[in-house]
Ligand binder design. Structure first.
Ligand code: BG6
Length: 492
């Protein structure tokens, strides 16, 4: 069928960036990356920062300081980061002139996470940058470290007086933390308690990188910038919803972490609940941090607790996990949300599908060749980003025969530009001080509060998890979970 295309004048060099340049350049700050010798820094953070510089979105004077244990000079660090950008930056090949300018704001301070003298050296460097690069005392601390280091790092930042707050008359300090935000409710609360003993909640930016993905942000635009979807977005018209996060890779080098975490903790507690809450939330009163997050928390709070005695009918566990969940509120009462996530599946795909109720009256039922099928709105988060609507159409010819067809929107065709990486958007939002795309404390804790009973039930269950051969769509009980209800998993 037809595809949707953007007006030609919108096809500028990077239409997804239009308007950003004029409106949203942050004040220059010092971004300190704790754990700068680690994988995340080289694979994601520096490539994202370079791409922001490439697109003209970083302020002049923006400074990045790596802090880690290995003994690098500034130049050695720059060289390692250049290699990382050559490999991973979205905007490749790296432009020598842009890199040279970018690298002038790139420094390294050697130190241990628990070494007071290291923080003194870092502070000295920060103050020097304030003088030479105009960063005005503004700080962003990125904790690219395992969570057990949060307490010591935030404690020492506080002790060394490296945290200031505009409400107390100082420049801003913000801190970025990465998941896992705990492994259950207790540990999440403890992490949050540690964070707020040094920082105020509004200074804390918890990254769930799914919220930085263009297609995830587009869920809000699809639902609330268009008049036609909202009237159908409820139990009256929607039969059920499916969410799939499938990965073809395995647990790679993270077997140890996975033993304890499993896909439920790694993907469902955070990324999938974010997707689910964006699909199910009520319209926020404004596209601002608190109104948006208030509505998301309400969805998580409305999730029905897993009935202890019927866990198996509602959840299948392993390195593949499938669940049937309900959002117990006025809009969604009794509409099942089937969610599944797994590694080593046939392909990498993240997909949300809204399955509408069938037409109310089968007036075609006596005609051979007419088999109507429910409409499906499929939202492809990645790869091949796009949205499609499936509906029945008459097959051309003298008799009445029907076949399902799809109406498709594809980002690549309509906008002709590669969307920015999630980390680019999230780093920029932190510099701007907008926390709409970050998880708030109560969001994280409410999600754990919902999952805790299920995780406890599984932990005390002596049976092994449901295994499945690599490269298949998961264990057989996951099929039964949905087929029992007379429905089928969509093959995305
Ligand atoms: C991370 C998980 O949060 O998300 C990984 O810890 C997973 O296990 C990754 O592979 C998936 O991210 P993406 O962006 O590739 O879907």
């Amino acid at each position: 069928m037809s595809s949707v295309t953007a007006p030609t004048q919108a096809l500028a060099a990077n239409p997804l960036r239009e308007g950003l340049e004029q409106e949203r350049v942050p004040d220059a700050s010092c971004l300190v990356i704790f754990g700068a010798s680690g994988d995340l820094t080289g694979r994601k953070l520096l490539p994202a920062l370079y791409s922001l510089a490439h697109d003209g979105l970083l302020p002049a004077g923006q400074t990045i300081i790596g802090y880690a244990r290995p003994d690098y000079t500034d130049d050695a660090f720059r060289m390692a980061m250049r290699e990382a950008c050559d490999k991973y930056a979205r905007t490749r090949p790296v432009d020598d002139a842009i890199w040279e300018n970018f690298a002038k704001g790139l420094f390294y301070v050697q130190g241990q996470f628990d070494e007071q003298a290291g923080y003194a050296r870092l502070n000295q460097k920060l103050q020097e940058c304030d003088r030479t690069r105009g960063t005005g005392g503004r700080r962003i601390y990125y904790l690219a470290v395992p969570p057990q280091f949060f307490p010591v790092i935030s404690g020492l930042l506080g002790a060394e007086k490296m945290v200031t707050d505009p409400e107390q008359g100082g420049p801003f300090t913000r801190v970025i933390i990465e998941k896992p935000f705990g492994h259950d409710l207790e540990s999440a609360k403890e992490l949050n308690r540690v964070a707020v003993s040094t920082f105020r909640e509004r200074q804390v930016f918890r990254i769930d990188h799914y919220l930085g993905k263009e297609t995830v942000q587009n869920l809000l635009v699809l639902r609330f910038a268009n008049g036609i979807f909202e009237p159908f977005w409820n139990r009256q018209y929607i039969d059920h919803v499916q969410l799939t996060v499938a990965e073809s890779i395995g647990v790679e080098k993270r077997g140890g972490y996975f033993e304890g975490a499993g896909i439920t903790r790694d993907i469902i507690q955070n990324h999938m609940l974010q997707l689910l809450s964006l699909i199910a939330m009520e319209p926020p009163v404004a596209f601002e941090a608190d109104p948006v997050r208030d509505e998301k928390v309400k969805v998580i709070r409305a999730l029905r607790e897993f009935p202890r005695e019927h866990v198996d009918e509602n959840a299948v566990r392993g390195q593949y996990t499938a669940m049937k969940v309900f959002v117990d509120n006025w809009r969604w009462a009794d509409v099942p949300f089937y969610i599944r996530a797994g590694k080593r599946l046939p392909k990498r795909v993240t997909d949300i599908s809204i399955h509408f109720r069938p037409a109310p009256y089968p007036m075609w039922r006596r005609l051979r060749g007419v088999q109507t099928q429910p409409n499906v709105l499929a939202i492809r988060i990645q790869p091949d980003e796009g949205i499609s609507l499936k509906f029945d159409s008459k097959v051309p010819g003298p008799s009445v025969r029907t076949a399902p067809v799809t109406m498709e929107f594809r980002y690549a065709t309509s906008f002709g530009a590669e969307p920015p990486e999630a980390y680019e958007r999230l780093l920029l939002e932190t510099m701007l001080g907008d926390s709409t795309l970050f998880a708030r404390r109560d969001e994280v804790e409410t999600a754990w509060a919902w999952l805790d009973p299920l995780l406890k039930a599984w932990a005390s269950d002596p049976r092994p998890p449901d295994f499945y051969p690599a490269g298949t769509w998961g264990p057989e009980p996951a099929e039964r979970l949905i087929e029992r209800d007379g429905r089928k998993w969509r093959r995305p």
